[in-house]
Design a protein around this ligand. Structure first.
Ligand code: 0O2
Length: 212
């Protein structure tokens, strides 16, 4: 595939990421208004880089004409939550949605990866309306806490820098940091109700000030 072909190939994925970002951001606003607390803190999305698609295709032995089904995270959405408990709530909302079909789930929270990585992954099929008609696109939705995201973002950049050869010392320290992030999530969960009440109070005050 040359540059023009890649540009066309990625179009439905770009549209999927944009649409899903809007949908989950809207869901955040809605839940905040309806329930005074949203299990969604913030949402990001990205289309996988071409070099990263090629690397993964090579690693998983996916032929170039099978990328659409063989690589499930070309379209990627990340949903950040404050508390571990919120992850299941978001996952159950996604399971019930009628604008996407759940294909399968990967629970890297119950089954932490060897690296220390924790996150909840859901692979969905999203029907995107293109100029050529409807196209079913696979997308990966990663749901994680702020602490899980902090760790994963840093580990990802270190891995990118060192490629396969992350120094052992650094790997050990990253595992320790993953344990600290796990403990932080546990601590925050234990005072969840207190934190939520404080945040609501704070928001009520801010809203009051802005209407004066
Ligand atoms: P990009 O384009 O840089 O975002 P895998 O063999 O690890 O690729 P797996 O384990 O089935 O496949 O994971 P999955 O569900 O395909 O998701 C891969 C994505 O999950 C990665 O994207 C990361 O975003 C995240 N991820 C998985 N494992 C780790 C990990 O150990 N550390 C970090 N920081 N992130 C992880 P890519 O491949 O990085 O692509």
């Amino acid at each position: 595939m040359d540059g023009r072909d890649w540009g066309k190939f990625l179009l439905p994925y770009e549209q999927t990421v944009e649409e899903l970002k809007v949908k989950f951001k809207t869901l955040r606003t809605e839940l905040k208004k309806r329930e005074e607390f949203s299990p969604i803190e913030f949402v990001t999305g990205r289309v996988k880089r071409i070099s990263s698609i090629l690397e993964k295709a090579k690693r998983l032995h996916v032929p170039m004409d099978k990328l659409e089904t063989g690589i499930e995270d070309i379209a990627g959405i990340r949903i950040m939550c404050q508390f571990v408990e919120d992850i299941e709530r978001v996952a159950s909302i996604i399971r019930e949605r009628e604008d996407m079909i759940l294909v399968y789930e990967k629970d890297y929270i119950a089954n932490t990866k060897e690296s220390g990585y924790r996150s909840y992954h859901m692979i969905v099929e999203y029907p995107v309306q293109t100029g050529l008609g409807m196209k079913r696109v696979l997308a990966e939705i990663q749901i994680r806490t702020l602490a899980m995201n902090f760790w994963a973002t840093i580990e990802h950049s270190l891995n990118y820098k060192y490629r396969e050869s992350l120094p052992k010392e650094l790997r050990i320290r990253l595992k320790k940091a993953a344990e600290a992030a796990f403990k932080l999530d546990e601590e925050m969960s234990s005072i969840r109700e207190e934190i939520i009440r404080a945040q609501q109070l704070f928001e009520d005050r801010s809203n009051l000030v802005s209407t004066i």
